[in-house]
Design a protein around this ligand. Structure first.
Ligand code: PLP
Length: 401
C-alpha cells in the first residue's frame, strides 16, 4: 500500500499559503518592479507606528543591565511569576477584575493564546462557534485542535453578533465561542449591550444543552478604539471567559511574539482549566514565551504605541471611499475597512484594483464573500497618495463617472 512521506493535512496548509500572504508576496514583487512608492499595499495587518520610546529604552536597559544568563534563560512554562503578577496587576488596574497571577499564562502572541486555549478546551469533534466574517486562521486553529468550526454570520447591516442565531447554534457538542472585538476584518467594536446579551444567551444555552460553553475573547485590538472607550472586560459578564491577549498591535511588537491567556477569577473549575492550558502549551512545544519580551512587558505596564495615526487614517480613507460611492460600515477600531464589492465577485474587484496598483484582500477566506478588507495600518502619506487611484477604481467599477 502506498504511504505518505508527510502529513497530507499539514502539506495542504503549507502548500497553499493564506490569501493575505499571497497578496503580500505579490506586493513585494511589484514594489521591486515599479518602485515602493507606486504600490498601495493594504493587504496585511502589520502595525505602521513604532513602539513607544519608553519600550525601546526599557529593551536597551534590559540588554545592558540584566545578567545575560537570567535574561535569556528559560522561564517556567506559564511564564516568569513576576510577569504573571505584572499582568494580573495591570488587568486589575484597568478593569477592576482581580485576575490571579496563577490564572495568567504568558504566550507567544494571540495566535499562540488561541491554539493553546483551543487545544486545552476541545475534545475531538467539539464544536466551536465562529462569527463571520472572522480572522481566517481561526478555522485552521480550531481544526488542528480537533474541533469543528460552526459559522454564524454577524448581522449584515452593522456586523454586530446576531445573538439569537448564536444561541440557536449551541448544541450539546458546543465547547466555545470565539469573539474578536474590535474586529478583524470589519473594524466593528461590539456594543456593551450586544456583549451583555451574548453573555446572557450563552449562559442560557449552556443550561439548555447541559454543557458549559466557554467565551474565548480574542483581544489583539483591545486598545485600538476610536469613538468609544476601551470595552469593559468580558470577564465581568461571563465567568467562563478566557481572554486571549497580545501586545502585537497595542505595543507594535508583532514580530516579537508576546501575549497572554487569562482566566476569569470566578471560572468554575478554573484550576483544572488552567492545568489543561499548561498541558496544551507543553503538548504544542511552546516551552515558554520569549524571556526578554516577558521582562519587557513587565517593565512597561499599561503602555500603548501612539495609535492616533490609525484614527486619522480611518477618517481619511472612510470619508474618501464613501464619497467615491463605495459602501462600508464605519469602523470603530482595529485598522481595517470592510468594503462591499461593487462587482459580483470580490476577487474580480481585487484584480481591478491591482490595475490601479491598489492591493487589498477579497473576503472569501473571512467566511463572508462579496467584500474586501482594506488594512489601513500604513503611513498617512500612502493613504493620501492612493486616493486618486481609489477614485479611478470607482469609475472603473461604475460607481461614478
Ligand atoms: N487574532 C486576530 C483577530 C488577528 O487579527 C491576529 C493578527 O493579525 C491574531 C489573532 C494573531 O496575533 P498575534 O500576532 O498576536 O499572534
Amino acid at each position: 500500500m502506498p504511504h505518505n512521506a508527510y502529513n497530507p493535512a499539514m502539506y495542504a496548509l503549507g502548500a497553499s499559503p493564506s490569501v493575505i500572504r499571497a497578496i503580500f508576496e505579490y506586493s513585494l514583487r511589484r514594489r521591486a518592479e515599479i518602485g515602493e512608492e507606486n504600490v498601495f499595499d493594504f493587504s496585511i495587518g502589520n502595525p505602521s507606528v513604532p513602539p513607544p520610546a519608553a519600550v525601546t529604552d526599557a529593551l536597551l536597559a534590559l540588554v545592558r543591565d540584566e545578567p545575560p544568563v537570567a535574561l535569556h534563560g528559560y522561564t517556567s512554562g506559564p511564564g516568569a511569576f513576576s510577569t504573571r503578577v505584572g499582568i494580573s496587576e495591570d488587568y486589575r488596574r484597568r478593569f477592576g477584575v482581580p485576575v490571579r497571577p496563577e490564572d495568567v499564562y504568558v504566550t507567544c502572541g494571540a495566535a499562540a493564546s488561541l491554539t493553546v486555549t483551543l487545544s486545552a478546551l476541545c475534545e475531538p469533534g467539539d464544536e466551536v462557534i465562529l462569527l463571520s466574517p472572522f480572522f481566517p486562521e481561526y478555522r485552521v486553529f480550531v481544526e488542528r485542535a480537533g474541533g469543528v468550526p460552526v459559522v454564524v454570520p454577524c448581522r449584515p447591516d452593522d456586523f454586530q453578533p446576531d445573538v439569537p442565531a448564536i444561541a440557536a447554534a449551541v448544541t450539546p457538542r458546543t465547547r466555545a465561542l470565539i469573539v474578536n472585538t474590535p474586529n478583524n476584518p470589519t473594524g466593528v467594536a461590539y456594543t456593551p449591550a450586544v456583549m451583555a446579551g451574548l453573555a446572557d444567551a450563552l449562559a442560557r444555552a449552556s443550561e439548555r444543552v447541559g454543557r458549559p460553553v466557554y467565551l474565548i475573547s480574542d483581544e489583539p485590538y483591545r486598545e485600538l478604539v476610536y469613538d468609544r472607550p476601551v470595552a469593559d472586560s468580558p470577564m465581568k459578564l461571563y465567568p467562563r471567559t478566557v481572554v486571549c491577549y497580545s501586545y502585537s498591535k497595542s505595543l507594535s511588537l508583532p514580530g516579537e511574539r508576546i501575549g497572554y491567556i487569562a482566566l476569569a477569577p470566578d471560572m468554575p473549575q478554573g484550576g483544572e482549566v488552567f492545568a489543561a492550558i499548561c498541558g496544551a502549551g507543553r503538548a504544542l512545544g511552546f516551552v515558554c514565551a520569549p524571556s526578554l519580551m516577558q521582562k519587557l512587558i513587565t517593565a512597561c505596564p499599561g503602555m500603548t504605541a501612539d495609535l492616533s495615526v490609525y484614527r486619522a487614517n480611518r477618517d481619511l480613507l472612510f470619508d474618501a471611499l464613501t464619497e467615491d460611492g463605495f459602501d462600508c460600515v464605519r469602523p470603530d477600531g482595529a485598522f481595517y475597512l470592510f468594503v462591499r464589492s461593487p462587482l459580483p465577485d470580490a476577487a474580480a474587484f481585487s484584480e481591478e484594483a491591482k490595475k490601479e496598483e491598489i492591493l487589498f484582500v477579497p473576503s472569501d477566506s473571512f467566511g463572508t464573500p462579496g467584500y474586501v478588507r482594506i488594512a489601513y495600518c500604513v503611513a498617512p502619506d500612502v493613504i493620501r497618495r492612493s486616493l486618486p487611484a481609489f477614485a479611478r477604481l470607482a469609475v472603473r467599477c461604475g460607481l461614478k463617472k
